[in-house]
Design a protein. Structure first.
Length: 345
């Protein structure tokens, strides 16, 4: 199936534009190492960064090395993985459901994961258990949504989306119940802050697990991006072209769910990325998923790295990421809706 490329970059050089997008998160990652509340000059940062390779005579303190290796690097890598992963999930869901308003939490994964984390925080469980509980309930929420759709004997996208809305509403209500019974002096602030999203608690262990849960799914979506183009024709037409749409649909839902659930479990709920970034990518390279999905990954990674830099440097108290992504995302999405020349299929 031929896709008409209607993005900005097709007018000014597609290859150069994509190369710039791919490089942008890595440039921001390097810059981010020099930024933070703990002041470190660039030379010291670079010496510490390459010390495991060249083993120079130590001219830095243990605290400075700890800031680089245990605080800044994990959260920068976390922003890269999570921003890219959520953007790919959003692009996949928008193509799969043929709906530009769809985001990665359409089937209730974010609210389910939020409830799992809230209940674990309520009982003062360790961070690892909080993350595991969030991941499990995120998967359960989507599993219940898919099961509910099958109970009502609906294979259509509409029935699945409605089931997701039901599960999202249920778990959102359960989160409100947990917040109602939580201790207002200790547990409630912790639950509220976690739900607003932050990368402050990300560790290298989280990053390694992120490589397992996020990167393989992203790679798979990139490889089969061209098949997603067929879904724009509808299930019947796609089936006529030899695509097992039912099987592929559930594989992509599972992959996107795991990416989103793991993202939420280590940093809380960060909205708007999976909704806005795919639209930005579509404006740049057009609707062809063969280009859109890789571009969405690197755009999302760069975007969340930038937002995290603002969150941890704008004020002395770190601003929750969910607040900033909403502040930026709402006007940008309004701008997108006002445009009429952005190709969708």
């Amino acid at each position: 199936m031929e896709i008409v490329h209607s993005g900005w970059m097709n007018k000014y050089g597609l290859s150069a534009g994509i190369a710039g997008i791919i490089l942008s998160p890595f440039i921001l990652m390097l810059i981010s190492l020099f930024l933070g509340q703990y002041s470190l000059d660039p030379v010291t940062v670079l010496i510490i960064l390459f010390s495991p390779v060249f083993h120079p005579e130590p001219t830095w303190t243990e605290a400075q090395a700890n800031v680089i290796f245990n605080i800044r690097i994990p959260r920068i890598l976390g922003a890269f993985l999570i921003g890219g992963g959520l953007s790919v999930s959003g692009a996949v869901y928008q193509s799969l459901f043929r709906n530009p308003m769809v985001s990665p939490d359409i089937l209730g994964v974010s609210s389910g994961a939020g409830f799992g984390a809230a209940i674990a925080i309520l009982f003062s469980l360790p961070l690892l258990v909080i993350e595991g509980s969030a991941f499990l309930f995120g998967l359960l929420s989507v599993g219940f949504a898919v099961t509910l759709a099958k109970i009502y004997k609906g294979e259509s996208i509409l029935v699945l989306v409605l089931s997701g809305i039901i599960m999202s509403s249920l778990f959102t209500s359960l989160i409100s119940l947990v917040k109602f019974v939580a201790d207002p002096t200790s547990k409630l602030p912790a639950i509220t802050y976690w739900l607003m999203g932050s990368l402050s608690a990300v560790t290298m262990q989280d990053i390694l697990l992120g490589g397992v849960f996020i990167l393989p799914g992203v790679a798979y979506c990139m490889l089969i991006g061209w098949r997603l183009n067929v879904f724009s024709l509808g299930d019947e037409e796609a089936g006529a072209l030899g695509i097992d749409t039912r099987r592929m649909k559930y594989i992509l839902i599972l992959i996107s769910t795991m990416i989103t659930a793991y993202s939420v479990c280590i940093c809380g709920i960060i909205g708007w990325i999976g909704l806005v970034i795919p639209h930005l990518g579509r404006m740049m390279v057009g609707p062809d998923n063969g280009y859109l999905i890789p571009v969405s990954f690197f755009l999302g990674a760069a975007y969340l790295i930038l937002i995290d830099n603002i969150a941890r440097n704008a004020t002395t108290a770190e601003i929750p990421l969910g607040i900033l992504t909403a502040i930026v995302g709402v006007p940008f999405f309004a701008f997108i809706m006002a445009r009429r020349d952005v190709g969708w299929t």
